[in-house]
Structures are given as structure tokens and as C-alpha cells.
Design a protein. Sequence first.
Length: 96
Amino acid sequence: MEKRYDIPEEKKEMASEPATAGYRQRTVFSAAQVELLNAMSYLKTDEEIRQLQMAITKFFAQRADEEMEKLWESGKWNEQTLEELKQAHYRTPYKK
């Protein structure tokens, strides 16, 4: 379920697309974004913000762990894959 929110007139000049006659720009938020915005409106201190950041971090870390476990169980990820990653060089080469 997406909710649409109008961009205030004073912010339209800052929008990425030029405003044209008869065209109203909108920002579309997902349900998750709306929930986070609502939750953040109750945060009053830097410590509360840090705690929310940690909760979000833990949530995504848990999801990553679950996905890695699925890859390991399916056989798409194994000890050999780990060893290959240890030897891989993915850095961008720069000219000296």
C-alpha cells in the first residue's frame, strides 16, 4: 500500500524534475518508510536515535545471516567459496 504526499510549493524548485503547468510532483513512500517516519517522530534524544539505528542494524544483520544460511544449506555457498573469496581482489585498480 503506497501513500502519496504532495511536495510543498516552496520545495518544488528543489525537486529533481522541473515543475510544469498542470503537473504536480509527488513523493511516494512505501509502507515501511511511512512506519519509520512515524516512529522517528517520537524520538527525542540522540540516544533514542542510536537505539533505533541499532535495532535496524540488527534486523538487517539477522536477515543477511538467514540468507547466508539458505545459501550454505543449498550448496551454493561452501568452504571452497569462502577460500576463493579470501584470495579475490575486487578493489578498483588505480593508475599511479
